[in-house]
Design a protein. Structure first.
Lengths: 502, 438, 512
């Protein structure tokens, strides 16, 4: 049923990418056009835009602006002061409090950042693994709630020895999330229902379910009329990691272990190989003997399990009780973290630290300068928007475009195929359209990989020669996405750009 | 869940020489629907019939003040429960026979089953409550009111996805509309200015969706999710800074008043539901009708659907695919923006943080449940509005069903639909796929 | 009307798809563009139709230079195109598809499909198309869909009609009908551009022939030209139209398929009660027009499709096993579409070379991969199969089509195969690689493996086959010797069984 039929045959010898590797002396260019630079600039750009917001909503600035034409410098000074104060507070709250009196006070913010990033890192690893497997798990919230519910139930109702209890609660947290995730995997495998819709809907089911259970003896604190659980037994919570002066607990070590596990899973394990193959091209994986359906279930179990572990680390870490807000906006934040980390476990770890630090700093910023913590959401979403559209960042900063081969090889092989199957299928519910049949493209890496996937079948385009922008495609609903993003390669015909703008 | 059986095809014998002959065909039977019927019939038997409270459920239809009064509808739970179970069982048997005969259950069969099941549920739940009387007209009217933003949102979803762009950002468009309507309405004192601002805000969010997904080819689901976070962040930030600092100036919007259409509004039951609404309410019907006619009976709609199904084919007949997508995504934003305005200019007194509370996602569910058809999405949204209203009403009545379970209903129904347990739903083939020209 | 292309050049990056091509078409003519897959024919036509912008060169209509920024303008200038992959919207009706882009409307933009229906009936009657304007396109057979495409062009008063590989999906009989239609169009004054790599059709229909090779015009010919001359022109050297291969050394019949039936989701018998066997050291080629069940047949053997019947290899039943189990049973499988089913584009060459063997030594064990061993393995296979790549760590998508196909072959042609299946083993592969790949296949046969080849190219079938099974509408019309004439095969591909043909013959010269 391949729509891609006859035409192909590039000229012999066209195998080497004709555009060639980056020219000599282009090390700087190489650096400037790489993903790392785009990420850094995306963060800078987001902070700048947020600064503008801070200025526009600052009362002193507004006051000074009232007589702007009389004394413009007042406005500028006020603006500078507003931003400087806010970001300084952010820094003090997130990294190092240079105003503190003792060492503990100075490093406290950093420890707080680590504490807040713990659940974020764990759940984001889960989301990253789902992305790698070609599944768009938006259900982190629900899976986290389930993990937290399971952990709380066993942490409240059981009396067990130290160590054993915590271990059991940890396992139960993972189980809870895995269970909720597996529903998605099983339904997708069995009926072809699309996971974006399933996970969104299951989030709300979980939210309502926890609200209900927190009104029943199953989870509600005895004698309380509020939807809140008993405190977890002391044997069921993570001990502090660096003494009682910090909230940082052994959950952070679990986060590090989870990162190592995720790295091993994706890069080294045979399961990870299968997951990645399914994520990048389910049809080819299936033809090679990988059970795509089983991998959907496996991916959702692991992804949900990590989200559940995040929920457990929340109730067994800082919270020590369960309430309806346990998952907060973690599910959606995790998507941004996974994207910023390019679905690479190590990248996700640091992206999680960054966003955890923003949250910690945001609290200080709010209390000290009155800039609402909501600005963190703005920074976060802007960063992700920018890294998803590298050409935009490059245009703004007038950076060179990456060479074709470099774009290919440095391109993050992660998010794109994962996301490829996902978007289209949002609208493909029970129709049972092959998930691989449709696709979408994300970011830099994507364009390239998409180009890669396709070239062989393209009419008369040599796969190696820098796939033509948006290689001629057959039917858009058949076969992998041929469309390479035009800007990915400088060797592409100019018409690509035009076509895109039209 | 399907089985097959050989049926002699039209041409009969497979003579080896008949070269124009078509491949042989067999009837494929889809058993999912009748099996789902059977399961639900058992539920009905256990809950609605055997689990009936024994009281009567009373449905009031008219108020004392109405010009024409219709007597209350009194349904004794036990007999009604049994009757409905029997009807459901009959439908199940009929469904099984239909599948054996022709492979599938006709759509109206599923609809009839659903209506009966809902009726059975209503009688059972009201009969089991502490207060066994419910004002039916109010219940339905309330559902219509709650459904308004859902309907606006789902129309935005239908339009955008029909053009090939997945719209997860409905939530953000609603929220942005609600916020700007509140602020602009408050500052100018004009509801119309508020509405206009909401439209502009919805269009702006859509513009981001369009630029990132069409121009920069970023995955549409990602853009949608991130835009929701961005709009939540922005509105919450501005709420905490501007709006709360001077809420009388920035957050006390004027409201649309109801326009009562004389005579028609006095018709019992439907009068108050349809003919006593705000401008936004009437506008909503216009938009649903316009979208339906537009999409399926005009040149514009033919082109929009073509772009969403097979953009390259559209391109080869001279249709500008990406321009069509831009225009429709922006239009969708405008519609969702109006829906957002409903929150602050009609239903609530002022803007509050994250006040759309996931309604955008229910609207998305309505798009799918309604099979990307404006009329279908309209009724789906209405059903979800009804479920939400039931949740409130049941809490007041004091019923055995926890309100959280009623709140879950739209989501559970959507899961059943996407899993193909209740009907099937196929979206525009190219939705989610960016179109790249050479 | 006279349409002229002057010096058209189209580059994709560093690759030149069209190199200063000149071409003239006039009304009442059928001008054929002959060339191998990848010669640049489709690119040229997409330039002409306004889908691609030429890098250099100009298009003239009746002597006036024109520039088409999109298909709309090309159509307005009277150019119509029937694409190789139909540009029809499956869920629309015929009338809606025809109306799209050229709609008749009443007040307020309301569609007037009745006017379109009338036009469709008119054209349908004139050419004997038998097309129902209200049928949904997805329910129509491909032959009829193609007529809808032609109607689309005629409704828009196309005076130049481009047909891009129009016969690829047609049976010989449908092809004849199409050629008749083209003659009618020609006689009514339409200029036709007929793009094909099939010599016979080109000779049958053309008034003029232009041969393209590697993006250049390498010659023009009139339809009287000798077939092998044209072939040599097209391929760039003398081609042996029938290659000599050694006679097979036949062993046991270790692979048998009996009563195999595969159903589509809506109940069509895609594979209909198919039975055959392959002996060790024998190549059975499955021939047929694309879409007659060959794909489903191979996929059913591989466990990729549910099926009924029996598939036995070395006495063991394969039906009902998972794909992984079938592969483990010693089956090598080259799918027909390498980019969709054969390779994971973003994966490296090395990863693709172990795609079905990552969990077995030396590549890895049940738990972990061994990256070093995978690399070693890859480097060895790359050398053995002469795969041109800058490194085994590059994404396989950066390789050319021929080299990608070699990667798939290198992965599947492992030691100890019990059965080797290849679908379209050389589709879209350059000539040099074709020979290499064919040699490898014959070598595998000679090592005593039963080999099954599925191909829609008669040349390939005749080159490789010891026996030929022809499929039509899911059934095997007959199994004939490898030296059966093209004419007989053509009849069988149209579903007509030349009754004389003996069932399951032993190849000539076989030493059993």
């Amino acid at each position: 049923m391949s729509a891609v039929t006859t035409q192909a045959a590039p000229t012999p010898g066209a195998s080497g990418p004709a555009s060639g590797p980056p020219d000599g002396g282009s090390a700087l260019r190489h650096m400037m056009s790489g993903n790392g630079m785009v990420t850094v600039l995306a963060i800078v750009l987001s902070l700048v835009i947020s600064a503008v917001l801070i200025i526009l909503t600052n009362e002193d600035v507004m006051e000074a602006a009232g007589y702007f034409f009389a004394r413009p410098q007042d406005t500028l000074v006020a603006a500078w002061e507003a931003v400087a104060a806010a970001y300084a507070a952010l820094f003090r709250g997130a990294v190092f409090n240079y105003r503190a009196e003792d060492v503990t006070g100075m490093v406290y913010p950093f420890m707080e950042s680590l504490t807040l990033s713990t659940p974020l890192i764990i759940i984001s690893l889960g989301i990253a693994i789902s992305f790698r497997s070609g599944l768009f798990n938006i259900g982190g919230q629900g899976q986290m709630i389930f993990g937290a519910m399971f952990a709380t139930f066993f942490g409240v109702h059981l009396q067990l020895p130290v160590g054993l209890h915590l271990l059991l609660v940890l396992v139960m947290g993972i189980l809870g999330g895995a269970l909720w995730g597996s529903i998605v995997g099983v339904l997708k495998a069995a009926t072809g229902a699309h996971e974006v819709i399933l996970t969104i809907m299951l989030n709300y089911v979980a939210v309502n379910l926890v609200a209900y259970l927190l009104q029943t003896p199953v989870l509600q604190r005895e004698g309380s009329t509020n939807p809140v659980s008993e405190f977890l037994e002391p044997t069921a919570v993570f001990p502090p990691l660096l003494g009682d002066s910090f909230r940082l607990n052994w959950g952070f070590v679990v986060a590090i272990l989870a990162t190592v596990f995720a790295w091993w899973l994706i890069r080294r394990s045979t399961t990870g190989f299968q997951l990645r193959a399914v994520g990048a091209n389910p049809a080819a994986a299936r033809t090679a003997g990988v059970s795509v359906k089983r991998m959907y279930v496996v991916a959702m179990v692991i992804s949900g399990g990590l989200a559940g572990l995040a929920g457990m680390s929340q109730v067994s870490g800082t919270e020590k009780v369960l309430n309806t807000d346990v998952a907060g906006s973690f599910g959606f934040d995790a998507i941004t973290v996974a994207l910023l980390g390019r679905s690479n476990p190590v990248g996700v770890f640091f992206a999680g630290l960054l966003f955890g630090a923003l949250r910690a700093g945001g609290v200080t910023m709010q209390t000290e300068t009155g800039v609402p913590i909501d600005i963190v959401l703005i920074i976060q979403s802007l960063i992700v928007l920018f890294i998803a559209a590298p050409p935009l960042v490059r245009t703004i900063f007038r950076l060179p475009r990456p060479g074709a081969l470099q774009a290919r090889t440095t391109a993050d092989p992660v998010t794109q195929p994962a996301l490829a199957g996902a978007a289209a299928a949002t609208t493909t519910s029970a129709g049972g359209t092959a998930p691989a049949a449709e696709s979408a493209v994300v970011g830099d890496a994507v364009g390239v990989a998409a180009g890669d996937a396709v070239s062989p079948a393209d009419p008369e385009s040599p796969a190696g020669a820098g796939a033509p922008a948006g290689a001629p495609r057959d039917t858009p609903d058949a076969g992998p996405p041929p469309g390479g993003r035009p800007t990915a390669s400088p060797t592409q015909p100019t018409t690509g750009e035009e076509g895109e703008q039209r | 869940m399907s089985t097959t059986v050989t049926v002699p095809s039209g041409s009969g014998a497979s003579s080896a020489t008949g070269s124009a002959e078509q491949p042989r065909r067999e009837v494929v039977r889809h058993w999912t629907t009748p099996v789902t019927f059977a399961v639900l019939t058992v539920v009905s038997l256990l809950v609605f019939a055997l689990g009936a409270s024994g009281d009567s459920a009373t449905f009031r239809i008219s108020t004392e003040a109405d010009a024409v009064r219709i007597p209350d509808l009194v349904a004794p739970t036990v007999p009604v429960g049994w009757a409905i179970t029997a009807l459901l069982a009959a439908l199940t048997v009929w469904g099984l026979l239909a599948v054996r005969r022709r492979g599938t259950v006709p759509g109206w069969g599923s609809a009839a089953f659903a209506v009966l099941f809902v009726a059975g549920f209503l009688v059972w739940v009201v009969g089991a409550a502490n207060t066994t009387t419910v004002f039916l007209t109010g219940l339905v009217a309330g559902a219509f009111v709650l459904a308004v933003p859902l309907i606006f949102g789902s129309m935005a979803g239908v339009l955008s996805e029909r053009a090939g762009v997945v719209n997860i950002a409905i939530e953000g468009q609603l929220l942005a509309g609600a916020f700007t309507a509140a602020v602009t309405g408050s500052v100018t004192g004009s509801v119309w200015a508020g509405l206009l601002a909401a439209v502009v805000a919805g269009v702006l969010v859509s513009a981001l969706l369009a630029v990132f997904s069409i121009r920069y080819l970023v995955n549409q689901v990602i853009v949608g999710v991130v835009l929701n976070v961005l709009v939540t962040g922005l509105t919450s930030f501005l709420f905490s800074t501007l709006l709360s600092s001077d809420s009388s100036r920035f957050n006390s919007p004027p409201h649309f008043s109801s326009i009562r259409i004389p005579v028609l509004a006095d018709i019992p039951v439907i009068g108050p539901i349809f003919f006593d609404q705000t401008v936004l309410g009437y506008g909503m019907y216009l938009i649903v009708a316009a979208l339906y006619v537009g999409l399926f009976h005009t040149k514009w709609g033919l082109r929009v659907r073509a772009v969403g199904e097979h953009p390259k084919a559209a391109d080869t007949v001279g249709i500008n695919v990406n321009r069509t997508r831009y225009v429709n995504v922006l239009l969708a934003g405008a519609i969702a923006g109006m829906g957002g305005a409903f929150f602050t200019l009609v239903s609530s007194s002022s803007f509050s943080k994250e006040m759309t509370a996931g309604q955008g996602f229910i609207a998305l569910a309505a798009v799918i449940f309604g099979r990307w058809n404006p009329i279908g999405a309209f009724f789906a949204a209405l059903l979800f509005g009804f479920a939400t209203n039931m949740q409130f009403v049941l809490a007041i009545l004091g019923t055995p069903v926890p309100s959280q379970f009623m709140a879950m209903l739209p989501y559970l129904v959507t899961i059943l639909v996407v899993a193909g347990l209740v009907g099937r739903s196929r979206g525009p083939a190219a939705a989610g796929t960016p179109y790249v020209k050479e | 009307m006279k349409l002229e292309l002057r010096g058209i050049t189209k580059k994709f990056g560093a690759f030149t798809a069209n190199d200063s091509i000149d071409l003239t078409v006039e009304s009442g003519q059928v001008h054929s563009l002959l060339g191998e897959n990848g010669a640049g024919k489709s690119t040229l036509m997409n330039v002409l139709f306004g889908l691609y912008e030429p890098t250099a060169g100009e298009i003239l209509v009746d002597g006036t230079p024109v520039r088409f920024s999109g298909p709309g303008e090309a159509m307005a200038a009277g150019i119509g195109m029937v694409h190789q992959h139909f540009m029809l919207i499956p869920v629309f009706t015929v009338a809606e598809n025809v109306a799209l882009g050229d709609e008749h409307t009443r007040a307020a933009g309301v569609l007037d499909l009745e006017a379109t229906r009338r036009r469709i009936r008119e054209i349908s009657d004139r050419f004997g198309f038998h097309v129902d304007p209200d049928a949904r396109v997805e329910d129509l057979p491909v032959g009829v869909q193609q007529r809808v495409e032609i109607i689309k062009a005629l409704v828009r008063d196309a005076r130049v009609l481009i047909l891009d590989e129009p016969t690829a999906v047609l049976t010989p009989q449908e092809t004849d009908e199409l050629l008749d239609i083209i003659r009618q169009l020609r006689d009514s004054g339409t200029a036709v551009v007929f793009i094909s790599h099939k010599l016979r059709e080109v000779k049958a229909i053309s008034t003029q022939i232009t041969v393209l090779r590697r993006g250049r015009v390498v010659g023009t010919a009139d339809p009287g030209a000798d077939q092998s001359e044209l072939a040599a022109l097209m391929v760039g050297r003398d081609v042996v139209l029938n290659r000599q291969k050694s006679a097979p050394t036949l062993g046991e019949e270790t692979f048998t398929v009996s009563g195999l039936t595969v159903l589509s989701p809506d109940g069509v018998r895609l594979v209909d009660d198919v039975s055959f066997g392959i002996r060790q050291g024998e190549v059975l080629a499955v021939a047929g027009v694309q879409g007659n069940g060959q794909t489903e047949l191979t996929e059913a053997i591989m466990g990729l499709h549910k099926a009924q019947g029996s598939i036995r290899l070395d006495g063991e039943e394969l039906l009902g096993r998972t794909t992984r189990q079938v592969i483990r049973a010693g089956v090598g499988y080259v799918p027909e579409d390498r980019s969709t089913d054969g390779l994971v584009g973003p994966f490296t060459v090395a990863e693709n070379l172990v795609l079905n063997r990552y969990d077995r030594p030396p590549a890895g064990n049940g738990l972990q991969l061994d990256p070093k061993a995978i690399r070693r393995l890859a480097e060895q296979r790359v050398q053995e199969f002469d795969i041109r790549t800058q490194g085994v760590d590059l994404p396989v998508g950066t390789l050319s089509g021929g080299n990608q196909q070699k990667v798939v072959m290198a992965r599947e042609l492992v030691d100890d195969l019990k059965l080797f299946i290849a679908s379209q083993p050389t589709r879209g592969v350059d000539v040099g690689s074709i020979e290499f790949l064919h040699d490898r296949i014959i070598r595998e046969r000679d090592s005593g493996t039963p080999v099954m080849i599925v191909s829609t190219e008669l040349d390939e079938v005749l080159d490789l086959a010891d026996r030929i099974a022809v499929m039509y509408h899911g059934r095997i019309i007959g199994i004939v010797p490898g030296d059966t004439s093209r004419d007989d095969l053509g009849l069988m591909m149209a579903g007509i069984d030349p009754a004389a043909s003996p069932q399951d013959p032993t190849p000539k010269g076989a030493t059993a």
